[in-house]
Write a protein that binds this ligand. Structure first.
Ligand code: IZC
Ligand code: ZN
Length: 422
């Protein structure tokens, strides 16, 4: 069978093979299973062969119609998986920049009715078409920066009706644009005016979650577990109900204050715990024991400008599988860039380039339950491949602030190319 597309002659092809069953942890995070002079063949959207250029050419996968792309002098990787975003919204919050620069804390802005609540208002006022148009632009930027699969959280609705609308729009966008999207229900994102925390928690548990489950448009349920937003107790009640309703679980934990969020994540055996800047040693050990993936978000730390980053080295030493994400949102991380996240992870989380690559590919795929489909270059997986215009892997975090992605191949089709999009 001839391939539809053959990418060949890559100086280095990072396959990330061997971690599809379980996320990589400890020293396993450094195993990128590289192939020198690497090649990958894709047919009908799936990878059909992988090896050296010589091996693939000898295997007879090139027919008269096969598109051949030479990656000489380049690095080839799986498409990036961004496992934590809040990209479904309308509006922006640059008006809060001056407050932030004056040192007003993120949660104080929220308390004053801004922050998340400001985006809730702008999203509510927008039409479906406006939300989709603004979100599509962000997704297109993400694609150009190498993201081929992403998770998207609701949470700028905070009513049953508006949360359902967000999840419906995520589904529509999943069908209409290139990036594969995984939906997360995050009604527990902030307490809206008119409720106290307990009332809103009860509303989510009794009125919202059962209907979201019945609608079937979200795979995961997430909670902003943070003192001043949702307490440990409220978070546990919401996630326990979500588990009963067969959602997979995520939790924003220990971001701004140490509060036992990591311990709760381990107790509930969530798929992933996010942020974790203030996670305790006990919390980290508990995450490792339960195999909970830590999704770390260094662009958020960078943008909050507090010089405080998650203790990724302690997590990796303890055996916690680490993934990385943009946290793309209009408040604490207005960026779409996984390459920037890779640079920040190497400089401030002290990941090696190999560990960072594992964290944005196969471990990120595990964090959203898609490791059987994406996150590595292996026969049978989706043909989601990046050609990076970098001479070696160190160059990827080293040179920052411009786009290293030369071409994005999604299910065997070139969907973005640096040379044609200027
Ligand atoms: O809009 O500020 N952290 N949720 C929790 C966010 C950031 C999104 C936002
Ligand atoms: Zn988040």
């Amino acid at each position: 069978m001839y391939a539809d597309i053959l990418i060949h002659s890559a100086d280095m092809m990072a396959t990330m093979m061997g971690h599809s069953g379980c996320p990589a942890r400890g020293e396993g995070m450094s195993e990128i299973s590289p192939i020198k002079d690497g090649a990958v063949a894709i047919r009908e959207g799936k990878i059909t062969a992988i090896g050296t250029t010589e091996e693939l050419l000898a295997g007879g996968c090139v027919g008269p119609e096969t598109i051949q792309i030479c990656a000489k002098g380049k690095v080839v990787t799986p498409g990036f998986v961004d496992p934590h975003t809040h990209v479904i919204y309308a509006g922006s919050r640059e008006n809060e920049l001056s407050l932030k620069l004056k040192g007003v804390p993120y949660l104080e802005i929220l308390k004053q009715g801004g922050g998340i609540l400001s985006t809730v208002r702008s999203t509510k006022q927008a039409t479906d078409e406006e939300i989709k148009a603004q979100t599509s632009r962000r997704l297109q930027t993400m694609l150009s920066l190498g993201t081929t699969t992403a998770e998207v959280k609701s949470g700028y609705g905070l009513t049953l009706e508006e949360e359902m609308r967000a999840l419906r729009l995520i589904k529509e966008l999943d069908n209409e644009q290139v990036i594969d999207l995984v939906s997360t229900f995050m009604g527990a994102h902030a307490v809206p005016p008119g409720y106290n925390e307990e009332e809103f928690t009860n509303y989510l548990i009794n009125d919202v979650l059962p209907q979201i489950a019945a609608q079937g448009q979200a795979e995961f349920c997430d909670v902003f577990c943070e003192p001043g937003v949702f307490s440990l107790n409220s978070s546990e009640r919401i996630l326990a109900k979500a588990k009963q309703l067969h959602f997979k679980l995520k939790i924003h934990a220990d971001e701004l204050a140490p509060a036992g969020g990591a311990e709760l994540a381990a107790k509930l055996k969530v798929t992933s715990a996010e942020h974790l800047l203030q996670a305790s040693d006990e919390g980290i050990a508990a995450l490792a024991k339960q195999g909970v993936i830590a999704v770390l978000l260094p662009s958020t730390s960078f943008n909050l400008a507090k010089n405080s980053y998650a203790r990724a080295r302690a997590m990796i030493s303890a055996g916690v599988p680490v993934a990385l994400a943009t946290d793309s949102n209009p408040g604490s991380s207005p960026t779409e860039s996984m390459p920037l996240v890779i640079t920040l992870a190497c400089l401030y989380l002290r990941l090696t380039p190999e560990e960072a690559l594992t964290a944005v590919t196969i471990n990120a795929a595990h964090a959203i339950g898609k490791s059987n489909l994406v996150g590595s270059l292996e026969v049978g997986k989706q043909g989601d491949v990046l050609i990076l215009d970098v001479p070696n892997l160190n160059y990827l975090p080293y040179h920052f602030g411009s786009n290293p992605v030369e071409r994005v191949i999604k299910r065997g089709r070139v969907v973005w190319s640096a040379c044609t999009s200027s």
